[in-house]
Design a protein around this ligand. Structure first.
Ligand code: 13P
Length: 251
């Protein structure tokens, strides 16, 4: 059985006080939610304070990016996986489409960052997903397969046990246009098939694959009924504690 993961990506939203207020409001709303793992991803500047407030709670904290370099060094403005771990965070979102589109993230950097996370003992949430024109021209599966091959290059079976995949079709992010549960399921099954064809065959059945793109309290239940959807990576609807808690408590 794969334990579902509901993760909130706060992107570049919330000042420190707002981030703390949101998690303090969220905490009691999901205190009994043992059916899934709950993760929130604030901005770097809020990581440490939010982690301190959540010590002993059932909410885990993710960063939204990390450096490719693992050693400390002259890399102005970069934050290493080890430094993220040092804040108390346990997860890192890697290769989000906004990083790929606007910050030159490539499959190669996604791979290096994933390895850096794993080496530091963090869980990597590796994002993949096609653009609208790629879907419309029938290339969605090829694009996702290429992204996966690059991101997961030379990862071992034990590495694979510590990653989470997030399928986020770019056309569904922040647009209110969710993939239908069937469309999402089709891609998730495809991703699992790719995993099983690689060396990671024994873990293909255990890797959690999250769906992201306009997930809301109104559509989470239908998405979660699909066999290969193991949770959600939520943007806009994770910013309010109440709506995020409704998503977490979809059952
Ligand atoms: P929305 O839920 O706002 O569409 O964002 C999805 C996302 O990008 C999560 O990483």
């Amino acid at each position: 059985m794969r334990k579902p993961v509901i993760a909130g990506n706060w992107k570049m939203y919330k000042l420190l006080g707002e981030a703390i207020d949101t998690v303090m409001e969220l905490k009691p709303l999901i205190i009994n939610s043992t059916h899934c793992e709950v993760v929130v991803a604030p901005v770097f500047t809020a990581l440490k304070s939010v982690c301190s407030r959540l010590e002993g709670s059932n909410i885990k904290i993710a960063a939204q990016n990390c450096a490719t370099e693992q050693k400390q060094g002259a890399h102005t403005c970069e934050v290493s996986a080890e430094m993220i771990k040092d804040t108390g965070a346990s997860h890192v979102i890697i290769g989000h489409s906004e990083r790929r589109q606007f910050f030159s993230e490539t499959d190669e950097t996604v791979n290096l960052k994933t390895k850096a996370c794993l080496e530091s003992g963090l869980t990597a949430i590796v994002c993949v997903g096609e653009m609208l024109d790629q879907r419309e021209s029938g290339k969605a599966e090829t694009v996702v397969a290429t992204q996966l091959a690059g991101a997961l290059d030379s990862l071992t079976v034990s590495d694979m046990k510590r990653i989470i995949i997030a399928y986020e079709p770019v056309w569904a992010i922040g647009t209110g246009k969710t993939a239908t549960p069937e469309q999402a399921q089709e891609m998730h099954a495809f991703i699992r098939r790719i995993l099983s064809e690689k060396q990671e065959s024994e873990v293909a059945g255990t890797v959690r694959i999250l769906y992201g793109g306009s997930v809301k309290p109104e559509n989470i239940k239908d998405l979660m009924t699909q066999m290969d959807i193991d949770g959600a990576l939520v943007g806009g609807a994770s910013l309010e504690a109440k709506s995020f808690a409704e998503i977490v408590n979809y059952k």
